[in-house]
Design a binder for this molecule. Structure first.
Ligand SMILES: Cc1ncc(COP(=O)(O)O)c(C=O)c1O
Length: 390
């Protein structure tokens, strides 16, 4: 919502208030550091989400989670946002996306199986695969001359041909911000079918496509391929600490396996889901659309503003505006920095960015910048980065 003066509800955040937050983003560093690392946004909650949480707290409703209404709320959201008619019987609650990914790997691949990922990619992918007793096979993303990232289908095919049994896709992709087109997804699925590779699709950022960009849920086009996907309101509505996500299977067979697996581990899964997370997620899925659309418009402005600011203050940094998410993946190769760029920005600029090396080999010249903040603070982030280079 933009007011007549041109300012937005998302501009109205105060640094003093943000410093009162106790979450990872605001509590990790001393107060003179401006945090732009972990994927939390700085905005106030969407009113329907805040009201749902406030009302639950007011009635003392903070017991164990009961997720029976969550699948229908997700199905409503999927129809509304992705034009996808999902059968709510195929949807289950999990505590968070990575817990769901772990379960999916168990259902879709045998122990010690090779699981393909696309570096640079969300760092916990490197942990969950070995933690679940599987091994990582890398098929790095490709980058063309303009800097645009894409899936490297030759690399994928080589990884699949080397005996991989599952493919953990990040869709939309964190950190490069690509939203895979339906054509790309169909090619992925055809390749998976040819090599007998199951698909696990992490779709955490799906609600955060930029205006005009269409998102395709993998299970909506995966046909007979064994496919499990994960969604969440946690990124788009900034409620990651409340612990709730949803998992869905593409076919009856996989759905039955998934249900059996989730039921066979009640202590580990069901009891770890946050009750307030379920309440907030249902409110977000059912009533959050107007706020989400205002947010997406604001983030669209931020991604353009970031381009302008970098052009003006740090023209050697390479930036391709993301098609989704509030995360920007910046190539610092051409900046004269010895060592880790994130360290330099932190020490000399007092601005905390996510170091590229966490996202995989060959990414140590990159940083990930969180632009889920006001335009004023985004300006300050880039000003501090530029100061660190002087
Ligand atoms: C690609 C991806 N997957 C999973 C997660 C974790 O999501 P959550 O902890 O909210 O379930 C994140 C968080 O940033 C993410 O970017």
């Amino acid at each position: 919502m933009t007011t007549r003066s041109g300012s937005s509800q998302f501009d109205a955040i105060s640094l003093d208030r943000l410093h009162e937050r106790r979450s990872e983003k605001w509590a990790t560093h001393p107060a003179d550091v401006l945090p732009a690392f972990v994927a939390e946004m700085d905005f106030d909650l969407a009113a329907p989400v805040r009201d749902a949480i406030d009302e639950a707290v007011a009635r003392g409703d903070v017991g164990y989670a009961h997720s029976a209404e969550l699948p229908a709320a997700f199905a409503y959201f999927a129809r509304d946002r992705f034009a996808w008619d999902v059968d709510e019987a195929e949807i289950f609650a999990v505590p968070d996306v990575m817990a769901g990914v772990a379960e999916a790997l168990h259902i879709l691949s045998p122990p010690e199986a090779r699981v393909v990922i696309n570096p640079p990619v969300y760092p916990p992918f490197y942990d969950v695969i070995p933690h679940e007793g599987r091994t990582i096979a890398a098929a790095p993303l490709a980058q063309d001359k303009s800097g645009r990232w894409s899936l490297d289908f030759d690399a994928l095919e080589r990884a699949f041909a080397s005996g991989a049994r599952a493919y953990l896709l990040c869709s939309p992709h964190n950190p490069v911000g690509r939203v895979w087109t339906q054509a790309e997804l169909r090619e992925v699925i055809a390749l998976c079918e040819r090599y007998g590779v199951a698909l696990v699709s992490d779709e955490s950022h799906a609600p955060l496509t930029m205006p005009g960009v269409a998102f395709t849920p993998a299970p909506s086009v995966s046909g007979e391929l064994p496919c499990v996907a994960l969604w969440s309101a946690s990124k788009a509505f900034n409620i990651a600490g409340l612990k709730c996500a949803v998992i869905g299977a593409s076919s009856g067979n996989i759905r039955d396996k998934l249900r059996a697996r989730l039921k066979s581990r009640p202590d580990e899964i069901e009891s770890r889901i946050g009750h307030l997370g379920v309440i907030a997620t249902i409110a977000a899925f059912r009533h959050g659309a107007p706020w989400l659309d205002s947010l997406r418009e604001y983030l669209d402005g931020n991604r353009r503003l970031l381009g302008d600011l970098l052009q003006e203050k740090i023209p050697q940094a390479r930036y391709v505006p993301p098609e989704a998410t509030y995360l920007a993946w910046l190539d610092c190769t051409r900046l004269a920095i010895d060592g880790d760029p994130a360290q330099r920005f932190l020490e000399r600029g007092r601005v905390a960015l996510e170091p590229g090396r966490k996202f995989g080999p060959f990414a140590d010249r990159f940083v990930r910048l969180n632009m889920g903040t006001s335009r004023a603070l985004l300006r300050e982030i880039v000003t501090r980065m530029a100061a660190a280079l002087r």
